[in-house]
Design a protein around this ligand. Structure first.
Ligand SMILES: *Cc1c(COP(=O)(O)O)cnc(C)c1O
Length: 404
């Protein structure tokens, strides 16, 4: 009989990512060219399968600390000034946690919207904040910073919320400029960086960002199901002034549990945290800047290939665009359903448009896409849109009208 001296003497329970018998062949059959979910690296899959330990064990506490540290490092934040709080739940959970935990005692919450995800922020804000207003532009059109400045000057706005990368159009919103305005007026700023974190530059510490959220299943390239809220220690401690409107999504409780005992208030999705840790490590190994540059390179390759086929982008080249994905106008006479099915048949998954863009665009993301897969995708596009002569792109009125 063998006696187990130490944890490491136990048999290794590492699972492999082989398709379990009887499972339909969806697991790894597709190249996911969406902004999330994405194809994860093998080490991320291994980290998920390896994480068979209880969340009230020291292994989890070490894992949580290591994950928080890696996320702060990716964000370029100093752990002595900022914290990263992990939540079990998709990106919306992190967004809702911010609104439910930081509830201004007075004044107006202003949500900036020019797409689906800005509108979702406004919806969430209305559940938890007393007075909510939006400052809107059409989908894909730039926000009017002059109007924002005038609105903030009226003095009653105490909280501003905005998306960093508006995933429904691919537009990057001017967080630095909005942050400067908010700071000048002493207004809290919440930035939904769910689809941009680790892919597009975001300087939380120096841009006047009070809260920033992200999720594991987007540019960080782990699995969906855990999300993150960044804030200064001061911001987290000052949450005690507000009455939270959610128990489960109360950031103050999460912060307290993490600070005092490296724990979470409720059962966390341990395997998903483990996978996020592995994905964050990969980002740091690659280098945050190098990763951002590589995303831009892949985006250029894709856009150039599309241009030669007569496929135009929704946003003009002068618009601030996220590196994460490109929104293409569907050529005249091409339905999204046909394109999606044709690409799926070739092993690729792309997304269509939402709201006013439904049926008018397709979106391609290259988060964890190798050059080889990208080239294969370009070939598939060529095959589908051969000569390009039948293509007559229809400019969208709702989008990019101003300054386009
Ligand atoms: C994906 C996304 C979210 C969160 O969506 P979930 O479905 O909860 O993951 C929020 N904001 C933006 C900008 C996103 O791209």
């Amino acid at each position: 009989m063998t006696t187990v001296q130490h944890l490491h003497d136990l048999p290794d329970t590492t699972k492999t990512a082989t398709k379990p018998a009887g499972m339909p062949p969806f697991a790894r059959a597709f190249h996911l060219l969406c902004p999330g979910p994405v194809n994860v690296a093998d080490s991320v899959a291994d980290a998920l399968a390896y994480a068979e330990f209880g969340h009230r064990e020291p292994e989890f506490e070490a894992l949580l600390r290591a994950t928080e540290d890696a996320l702060l490092q990716i964000a370029g934040l100093d752990p002595s000034r900022h914290a990263a709080v992990l939540l079990t739940g998709s990106g919306t959970a992190a967004n809702e946690a911010v609104f439910a935990s930081h509830r201004p005692l007075s004044g107006t919450t202003l949500v900036l919207t020019n797409g689906e995800f800005g509108e979702r922020l406004a919806t969430l804000a209305r559940y938890h904040h007393a007075r909510v207003e939006t400052l809107s532009a059409p989908w894909g059109a730039p926000l009017d910073l002059g109007a924002l400045s005038a609105r903030l000057a009226r003095g009653d706005v105490t909280f501003v919320a905005m998306v960093h990368h508006e995933t429904s159009t691919g537009m990057l919103l001017p967080v630095e400029e909005v942050g400067a305005l908010c700071r000048a007026h002493g207004i809290a700023l919440f930035v939904d960086a769910v689809s941009s974190f680790s892919a597009d530059p975001l300087d939380i510490a120096s841009w006047g960002v009070t809260w920033a959220s992200t999720s594991a299943g987007k540019a960080l390239a782990a699995y969906p199901g855990v999300s993150v809220v960044f804030g200064s220690h001061e911001s987290f401690t000052s949450l005690a002034r507000f009455e939270a409107s959610s128990h489960y999504l109360n950031l103050a409780r999460h912060y307290e549990a993490a600070r005092t005992c490296s724990q979470t208030p409720h059962t966390p999705a341990v395997p998903l945290v483990s996978a996020l840790w592995a994905a964050a490590r990969l980002v740091l190994e690659e280098g945050v800047e190098e990763r951002m540059n590589a995303l831009r390179r892949r985006q250029r390759i894709l856009e150039q290939a599309a241009w030669t086929l007569g496929i135009r982008t929704l946003l003009p080249p002068t618009a601030p665009r996220s590196r994460v994905l490109t929104t293409f106008l569907l050529p005249k006479g091409v339905s999204f359903d046909w394109l999606r099915d044709a690409l799926r048949a070739r092993g690729f998954v792309v997304y269509g448009g939402k709201g006013p863009l439904a049926g008018r665009v397709f979106q391609v993301s290259t988060i964890n896409v190798s050059e080889e897969v990208l080239q294969a995708f370009v070939l598939a596009l060529r095959e589908l849109f051969r000569s390009g002569t039948h293509i007559d792109p229809v400019p969208l009125r709702a989008a990019g009208a101003r300054g386009a």
